[in-house]
Write a protein that binds this ligand. Sequence first.
Ligand code: FES
Length: 104
Amino acid sequence: MNDIAVEIETGGELQRVDVPDNIALSLMELLKGMEIKGIEGTCGGMALCATCHVRILSAEPPLPPAGDEELNMLDTLPVVYTNSRLACQIRLAPGQQQIRLCVP
Ligand code: FES
């Protein structure tokens, strides 16, 4: 078992948490558990609400690309960035080493 370094930029501060790679959570579930401002996860992770919108600043290795459901939901946002993702669609899984993000 290895750890995944999750780094969150919020309001000029950087929070870092190391989570075991077998934690079996989505990134949204982790951020919600940490009570990160701006992450609501209203739909419970079904890619139906976009209240888990984050911007991925870096990831090692790179994250799998967004699927159609995620892209369609991102399209409904008034402002979307090239690095926008739905945190609920990102699994914290073995092999991932690092993710750095901010909440738009
Ligand atoms: S929690 Fe609803 S889209 Fe991610």
